[in-house]
Design a protein around this ligand. Structure first.
Ligand code: KIV
Ligand code: NA
Length: 260
């Protein structure tokens, strides 16, 4: 079944939780899709995970499109969402339209995601949605603002929490079909989830969201650093190290390939 933004909204009503993971290439995307992950996100975290940068800031539109095209070839059923990189949408709604349009036309993605919920962003989301581009929002910790906020938890004070609630509501009113809530207190994420009819997708935001997202390299133990809220289900780093060391040893010992 091809999953659409409308399905996600239905699933919230049915209290059916949504599993979201990131992908940056064909191999990972194919595995996630066949495993039944409902939403596959070409997150701008690929800037760190796949390209080795320290933040998401350097990622370009051409780079995310290059990766999204590869991911697209592996995704048959999941909803494919692609992040708009830093400064490919903040300048104006026209810039956002151009960037999101390139993503949909060149990668055949199902939706785009962008960060923030302040008035100019809500206006941009409304423009994109009116033009037929499904948009996922992202509030709380927004890593494209790392130079202002660091990677610290957001919405800790009452005032800061209220501001994030208002942003999430503004995104829903602008026509977003879902909103990621990153690294905020669980009770704040609960308030937001109860205030919206569109699903919330949490990361480091507690158990009360309508879905959960993690960065796949954190799930698989592939990265060098991961946030405390991420769960590592598999230590691929250790497994790969062991496998390639074994290969190296067999080559140096003239044991691979076997004599025929
Ligand atoms: O870029 C990313 O991986 C994300 C998720 C953490 C939501 O935006
Ligand atoms: Na992102």
């Amino acid at each position: 079944m091809l999953i659409t933004p409308q399905h996600l909204i239905q699933w919230k009503q049915q209290n059916r939780a949504i599993a979201v993971l990131t992908a940056w290439d064909y191999a990972i995307a194919s595995i996630l899709d066949r495993a039944g992950i409902e939403v596959i996100l070409v997150g701008d975290s690929l800037s760190m995970v796949a390209l080795g940068h320290e933040t998401t800031l350097p990622l370009t539109l051409d780079e995310v499109i290059h990766h999204a095209k590869a991911v697209r070839r592996g995704v048959k059923e999941a909803l494919l969402v692609v992040d708009l990189p830093f400064l490919t949408y903040q300048e104006s709604w026209q810039q956002a339209m151009h960037s999101a349009g390139r993503i949909l036309k060149e990668t055949n993605a199902g939706a785009v995601k962008l960060e923030g919920g302040y008035p100019a962003i809500a206006e941009t989301v409304a423009r994109l949605v009116q033009a037929g581009i499904p948009v996922m929002g992202h509030v709380g910790l927004t890593p494209q603002s790392v130079r202002q906020t660091g990677f610290r938890q957001q919405g800790k004070s009452h005032e800061a929490g209220e501001k994030i609630v208002a942003e999430a509501i503004a995104l829903e009113q602008a026509g977003a079909f879902a909103v990621v809530i990153e690294h905020v207190p669980a009770d704040l994420a609960k308030t937001i989830t109860e205030s919206l009819t569109i699903p919330t997708i949490g990361i480091g935001a507690g158990i009360h969201c309508d879905g959960q997202v993690l960065v796949t390299s954190d799930v698989l133990g592939l990265g060098t650093w991961k946030p405390k809220f991420a769960k590592t289900y598999l230590d691929l780093n250790a497994l790969i190290t062991q496998a390639v060391q074994e290969f190296g040893e067999e080559v140096r010992a003239h044991k691979f390939p076997p004599e025929t």
